[in-house]
Design a protein around this ligand. Structure first.
Ligand SMILES: *[C@@H]1O[C@H](CO)[C@@H](O)[C@H](O)[C@H]1NC(C)=O
Ligand SMILES: *[C@@H]1O[C@H](CO)[C@@H](O)[C@H](O)[C@H]1NC(C)=O
Ligand SMILES: *[C@@H]1O[C@H](CO)[C@@H](O)[C@H](O)[C@H]1NC(C)=O
Ligand SMILES: *[C@@H]1O[C@H](CO)[C@@H](O)[C@H](O)[C@H]1NC(C)=O
Ligand SMILES: *[C@@H]1O[C@H](CO)[C@@H](O)[C@H](O)[C@H]1NC(C)=O
Length: 302
């Protein structure tokens, strides 16, 4: 395990109902962080931050929250409202809840409503702590940024995952950057004297990134898959997608597009979406009796 969650047991205190920390943000951009960040905060805790964009007049403005430094995977949720004040709330809708599964995957959330309410509610601190092998990183809570602006979220955003957990992700508002720990360098803090990424670790044009200081992963280029991008696959032709859903698959990649009565395998295409769907499909095809609808849902969900 490349990271260690430290478990601290605290007896839950009396149940609190009203938020005791947080605040209202009306500026176009800012930072939202857990109390005492990067240190421990007192528990039980109930904080509520309100991002209020009602005064913003520029059309198509949205509220974006960038998960630059997020170490909490429980008790943190995001809800949007059309109207929100202490006595009256209209059209509340949950838009995100941070979980152990999505904490490393989601890098930004966006709301088109006038109010975004961020709630941190926890009885214990155990799920808010991330340490990378005792020395690189030892932090509690979160330090994330928001902006109220027209247009889509900025593309160059980072998360701790993007910075390999060997550096810290910062939002400078005009750009994001990974600030690397000693011994690590490069845009993703996966180069430098302490890095385990060597030029030949990921094959076929794959990119190596750290996950903490003792593990690395490969992101494969188009046409390749596998832990080290050493497995080749043929992206399916468009007509193959339905074929995949209806044909029995014998586990051999070269047969994946050969439906009974369909004759030859269709020609290769170089469509990135298809590549992604394909990699997912091969994995799932091993599951016997996978229903077509489930499979399609899974692919669309990715
Ligand atoms: C706002 O969004 C609409 C619909 O997407 C678009 O037609 C319009 O041009 C946008 N306005 C501005 C100022 O970007
Ligand atoms: C976060 O993860 C949970 C459970 O894994 C999932 O239900 C939820 O849809 C995820 N949220 C987002 C925005 O991905
Ligand atoms: C919190 O995040 C902001 C924006 O990324 C950064 O400027 C600031 O230094 C961070 N604070 C701490 C304590 O890391
Ligand atoms: C899935 O099928 C592939 C291709 O036959 C095989 O290499 C792999 O070991 C299988 N995986 C599992 C989990 O059965
Ligand atoms: C598939 O490839 C073959 C040989 O390269 C070519 O003759 C044929 O026209 C192609 N078919 C399609 C549908 O592109």
């Amino acid at each position: 395990m490349w990271w260690i969650i430290c478990i601290f047991l605290f007896l839950p205190g009396s149940v609190i109902s009203r938020p005791r920390c947080g605040g209202t943000h009306t500026a176009a951009r800012g930072v939202i962080q857990s109390p005492n960040f990067p240190n421990k905060f007192p528990v039980p805790i109930h904080c509520e931050w309100i991002i209020d964009a009602q005064h913003v007049t520029s059309p198509n403005s949205t509220i974006k929250v960038y998960f630059t430094q997020l170490f909490v995977f429980e008790g943190l949720s995001f809800k949007e409202y059309q109207i929100y004040d202490s006595t009256y709330q209209l059209n509340g809708r949950d838009i995100h809840t941070v979980t152990e599964t999505n904490v490393t995957k989601v890098s930004v959330i966006e709301s088109k409503q006038d109010y975004l309410v961020i709630t941190l509610k926890l009885d214990t601190i155990e799920s808010t702590h991330l340490r990378v092998l005792d020395h690189l990183l030892d932090v509690y809570g979160f330090n994330i940024t928001y902006e109220i602006s027209p247009g889509p979220p900025r593309m160059d955003r980072c998360t701790m995952m993007d910075c390999g957990f060997t550096g810290t992700c910062y939002d400078h508002y005009t750009r994001f950057s990974c600030d690397c720990f000693d011994g690590y360098e490069g845009p993703k803090c996966s180069e430098g004297p302490n890095s385990l990424c060597t030029p030949d670790i990921c094959k076929n044009g794959g990119t190596c990134t750290h996950i903490g200081d003792s593990a690395v992963r490969c992101e494969c280029g188009p046409g390749f898959t596998g832990e080290y991008c050493d497995a080749r696959f043929t992206p399916p032709a468009k007509e193959c997608e339905d074929c995949l859903l209806s044909c029995p698959f014998d586990g051999r990649e070269e047969n994946i597009c050969k439906c009974p009565g369909n004759g030859e395998s269709p020609n290769e295409t170089r469509n990135t979406d298809a590549v992604v769907a394909y990699a997912v499909t091969i994995k799932l095809m091993n599951v016997s009796n996978m229903k077509a609808a489930q499979l399609r849902g899974y692919i669309e969900g990715h």
